[in-house]
Design a binder for this molecule. Structure first.
Ligand code: PMP
Length: 360
């Protein structure tokens, strides 16, 4: 009785849970260096645990209108609270947008290599995905993208900075794409590491939506909170179609505590950005690795003369988890999330050992 297209569709490929990897490898969980999920190695603000410990209302449903949380987020990003809708991770915010815009058969455009959620959502809503591959330098192929949009596409997903390539979308390119007929979703999951955002353009245009998350800069990936910033008329409809209690009270309390401690979180963002640059320089010293510049909390690296998949496997045996990528634009690549300095040291030591082993 299930939809035949859903039975046939490939699922979203998440990373393996760390306790499972630890058990498989026979390594204690706390010794695993997890650099495969672009998570924040510093975790949440210490105020989050305090807020959750003293929260008195776990037995009461959350506010379906998310008033306090939306007001706090609106203050943080400088928009009106009416423009904000909060979701269970930015994954849910992206899902709400797709649910709002896409009917079966509608065209949706994305620019691979990019985040796997966009093709997943296209399939889920039986939309027609038009993929416009990025150029070799990971920039958008604007003419191809404009002709895809002019085929009547309703939605365009763009991540800035993009996962896994790490580059940001230039503002003039976004302005050009907003001239088209489609709703443009800019996914800013990593914006805090780039220090730039398109949020202030939302509202001036009726077809721009920006999606953000607390998973990366604020270290709340496990509590699942993201949000969208919408033109007001779209926000009103999104609020209507979302599940009433989509963001649980623990997640809501964690957002309020995080936004009370932005200075601490920003210092950690700065530490991650500095560590990213150190890691990039050290990776570039290895002749068989070519790291690309990144504006996010991860580095994409091309592997030369060795199979990247084998390098991933050997790192894994040493308890270091990284992401392997092999797509038409990205051949033989690895993606390293940026950890603490000691994680960088362990990664570099392991890579040097692997490099010596393969005779380089
Ligand atoms: N957008 C991008 C570009 C991502 O890389 C990710 C996480 N991998 C997400 C959104 C989803 O993050 P979350 O649901 O935790 O907010």
């Amino acid at each position: 009785m299930a939809r035949a297209d859903l039975i046939a569709m490939p699922g979203y490929e998440p990373v393996q849970p760390v306790d499972e990897v630890a058990a498989q490898l026979g390594i204690p969980e706390e010794e695993i260096v997890k650099l495969d999920g672009n998570e924040n190695p510093y975790g949440p603000s210490p105020r989050v645990a305090e807020a959750l410990a003293r929260f008195p209302y776990y037995h009461i449903y959350p506010d379906p209108e998310q008033r306090r949380v939306r007001a706090a987020i609106a203050g943080y990003v400088g928009v009106e609270p009416e423009q904000v809708v909060v979701g269970s991770g930015s994954d849910e915010s992206l899902d709400l947008v797709a649910r709002l815009i896409l009917s079966p058969g509608d065209a949706v455009v994305s620019a691979p290599p990019t985040f796997g959620m966009y093709p997943f959502l296209a399939r889920l809503y039986a939309a027609r995905l038009i993929e416009v591959p990025r150029r070799q330098d990971f920039g958008l192929d604007l003419p191809a993208m404009e002709s895809a949009l002019n085929e009547g596409a309703k939605l365009l997903f763009l991540a800035s900075p993009n996962n896994p390539t790490g580059n940001s979308l230039p503002r003039q390119e976004l302005e050009r794409l907003l001239e088209g007929p489609a709703v443009v979703v800019v996914d800013e999951a990593y914006a805090e590491f780039a220090g730039e955002s398109f949020i202030e353009m939302v509202g001036d245009r009726d077809n721009l939506i920006v999606v953000r998350t607390f998973s990366k800069w604020a270290g709340l990936a496990g509590l699942r909170v993201g949000y969208g910033v919408f033109p007001k008329p779209l926000a009103d409809v999104i609020r209507k179609i979302k599940m009433p209690y989509n963001v649980n009270v623990a997640a809501g309390a964690a957002v309020l505590a995080s936004l009370d401690d932005v200075a601490t979180l920003n210092r950690r963002v700065a530490a991650i950005v500095a560590e990213r640059e150190r890691l990039r320089e050290r990776l570039a010293d290895l002749p068989w690795l070519q790291p690309f510049p990144s504006q996010a909390n991860f580095l994409l690296c091309e592997v030369r003369g060795v199979a990247a998949r084998d390098v991933r496997d050997r790192l894994r045996e040493k308890g270091i988890l990284v992401r392997y990528l092999d797509t038409p634009v990205l051949r033989n690549c690895l993606r390293f999330s940026v950890g603490k300095p000691e994680h960088t040291d362990r990664l570099l030591e392991a890579l040097t050992e692997i490099g010596a082993h393969v005779g380089r």
